[in-house]
Design a protein around this ligand. Structure first.
Ligand code: GDP
Ligand code: MG
Length: 202
């Protein structure tokens, strides 16, 4: 098994994050955690790339995201307009790809101890209204499933962050070529990972 400190995860600042002038604040939060930035670029995704990105989770993702969406209807005391979770999932896929390809984004790879989990914690839950205070989605925006569903669009939550190491690996391959990923030693790593903290004392 590869050492936990070598884990990588994909983060995308979605079009609303760029337009709200939050790139710096978002990068700061991941950077200050101790994770290492190993790739970063700005681009406008095609809607095909955006769909490919969301479909890497395959049928299971469609089913889960559809289930999450229909449960949100139920919590509001309403019934989902879709017959199955999958159909609800397909509608979410359309909405998500439209959102992600609406304008420039920042794609990044962050590396470090259990980077997927660390990034998800800092990012917060999917819905800004209910995500924890102290997280990016909880602090920096105000969207909700209720408003997004009323307007028939994806919830605007500033960030995409990989949900698992398997997802991260597949997503990184969609957004980055090998030569765009930089291998280097960061000074922080001596404090985060050295077993004996060598090198503090003269
Ligand atoms: P994430 O991993 O927390 O980003 O959430 P998912 O992978 O489950 O969903 C992908 C994206 O779809 C989210 O970031 C949202 O922009 C959008 N989304 C997810 N669930 C819903 C929903 O129930 N309603 C709406 N309107 N958008 C959703
Ligand atoms: Mg996800």
């Amino acid at each position: 098994m590869s050492h936990p400190k070598n884990e990588q995860t994909l983060v995308i600042v979605k079009p609303d994050g760029v337009q709200r002038s939050l790139i710096g604040e978002i990068v700061r939060r991941y950077e200050q955690s101790g994770l290492k930035l190993v790739a970063i670029k700005m681009l406008i995704p095609s809607s095909d790339t955006a769909r490919e990105h969301y479909m890497i989770g395959g049928e299971e993702w469609l089913e889960n995201v559809g289930k999450k969406a229909s449960e949100a209807y139920e919590r509001k005391g309403e019934k989902s307009p879709y017959a199955t979770h999958r159909e609800n999932g397909l509608a979410v896929l359309d909405a998500c790809s439209t959102y992600l390809s609406a304008g420039p984004i920042i794609a990044m790879i962050w590396e470090g101890n259990q980077a997927v989990g660390v990034v998800r914690k800092i990012t917060g839950g999917t819905e800004p209204l209910s995500s924890d205070v102290g997280t990016i989605r909880g602090d920096l925006t105000i969207d909700s499933f209720k408003m997004a569903d009323t307007d028939g669009r994806a919830v605007r939550n500033l960030i995409h962050a990989s949900g698992s190491t398997e997802e991260a690996e597949k997503e990184i391959a969609i957004w980055f070529k090998d030569e765009e990923i930089v291998s280097y030693r960061h000074l922080n790593e001596a404090m985060l990972y050295d077993v004996n903290l060598d090198g503090i004392l003269e």
